[in-house]
Design a protein around this ligand. Structure first.
Ligand code: FES
Ligand SMILES: [Fe+2]
Length: 408
């Protein structure tokens, strides 16, 4: 699969102008400033980002547990590209383009509508003219074609294009850039952290999809990464992990993860634990330190993860424009928790409590997007609790600058 098309001059000029004033954006937090407001609001800048960031980076799209059995097919959309995550009959997981190679009908759309989750089958069948594909993407059948092209020839020449993918601790990443360096290169710190989590073994609950959310994808990360707001916006629902217990480390230039831990008031508890007690079995293998905190981690551009002693939440961002995105949220639990008596009730209560914080964050981030559209939008200064914001800016500016240099 090829990278995104070249950009038009208007978009490049806009990006250059918007990024002309980024002094102090990557400073230590005490003197750091926010990125210019138009990086969050300008449609031209969003076009630039599609090229500079989304067409180049590794994008987290799913967890392997979402295709647990051979024959499982999970249709997804990555930056307007219909793709499908497939586990073939031999158990191998791969990502294929889901655009039929006959006349381009998406395989999982059209008559009857798109499935809302994983489907299972030995083949993928195009609903338009019934061309059929193996789970590795090869064409196997195409009705009424022999008069023009023998099916044998079609079988030898037609296949769904494979999208470059890598699996990292059970997280499925794809890139649309054939030249992108291997994924792990930027994820050394996260790799170290995840050694004990058994993330690939955790069991995903059915995902929550929220569409048409009114904020920029970077504001989502900024808000999710800063605990400063939690004492005010989430008053009464975030006490298990008080903002003052957050700790910020060093961000190295080549880091591909922006993260910080916040230490829990009570070991083995979690964010939605109202009484400080744990609600389900902890994830086996965690260290004492990991059991005493929540880790908030962005793997830009698309993944935000919350790692708690009893569960992991993944939010997969699906940006649709400068000021809008959809969000796919997947909650993962250890098998021991899912199989324990009363888990359904534990999960229902968790979802209910968590919904409060999700709504508060949605109202906040939507309002923030409106604020960033103001001519009076500010550039900082920041609290120590916003230490990850200049880290994310560092990650972004490195990509923006690389693209601008190449476009010169
Ligand atoms: S477009 Fe898929 S079979 Fe014709
Ligand atoms: Fe929040």
């Amino acid at each position: 699969m090829t990278a995104l098309p070249r950009l038009d001059t208007r978009v490049v000029d806009a990006a250059r102008r918007i990024l002309s004033d980024v002094e102090h954006c990557t400073d230590p937090v005490a003197t750091a400033r926010l990125l210019p407001r138009e990086v969050y609001t300008s449609e031209d800048f969003w076009e630039f980002e599609k090229h500079a960031v989304f067409g180049r980076e590794w994008l987290c799209v799913a967890h392997v547990g979402e295709v647990p059995e051979p024959g499982d097919q999970l249709p997804l959309t990555v930056l307007d590209e219909p793709v499908v995550l497939v586990r073939d009959l031999g158990g191998e997981v791969r990502v294929l383009s889901a655009v039929c190679q006959h006349r381009g009908h998406p395989l999982f759309d059209g008559v009857g509508g798109a499935p809302t989750g994983c489907v299972r089958g030995r083949r993928m069948v195009c609903p338009y003219h019934n061309w059929q594909y193996e789970l590795d993407g090869r064409l196997v059948a195409a009705p009424s074609m022999t008069e023009t092209v023998p099916v044998r020839t079609l079988r030898e020449t037609v296949a769904l294009p494979e999208v470059r993918s890598e699996i990292f601790h059970g997280l499925v990443f794809v890139t649309l850039d054939p030249e992108a360096p291997p994924l792990r290169a930027g994820l050394r710190k996260l790799d170290e952290e995840l050694q004990t989590w058994g993330l690939d073994e955790l069991v995903p609950m059915p995902w929550d999809l929220r569409t048409g959310l009114g904020w920029n994808w970077k504001l989502h990360h900024d808000n999710a990464l800063e605990p400063y707001h939690t004492a005010y916006v989430h008053r009464g629902v975030h006490e298990a992990a008080p903002a003052k217990n957050a700790r910020f480390g060093v961000f190295d230039d080549d880091d591909g993860v922006v993260m910080h831990p916040t230490y829990l008031r009570d070991k083995d508890s979690g964010l939605a634990s109202a009484d400080g007690k744990r609600t389900s079995p902890i994830i086996p293998g965690l260290t004492e330190e990991q059991r005493s905190r929540v880790l908030f981690a962005s793997v830009p551009p698309l993944l935000f993860g919350i790692f708690q002693p009893t569960m992991v939440s993944l939010s997969i961002l699906l940006p649709t424009a400068a000021g809008s995105l959809d969000l796919r949220r997947i909650n993962l639990y250890p098998k021991s928790a899912v199989e324990a008596d009363g888990f359904d009730e534990v999960y229902r209560i968790y979802q209910e409590r968590k919904a409060v914080a999700i709504r508060q964050d949605a109202e906040t981030t939507e309002a923030l997007q409106r604020g960033m559209s103001s001519r009076f939008a500010p550039r900082g200064p920041l609290s120590w609790m916003e230490g990850n914001i200049p880290h994310l800016s560092t990650w972004l500016l490195r990509r923006y600058r690389r693209a601008l240099e190449e476009l010169t």
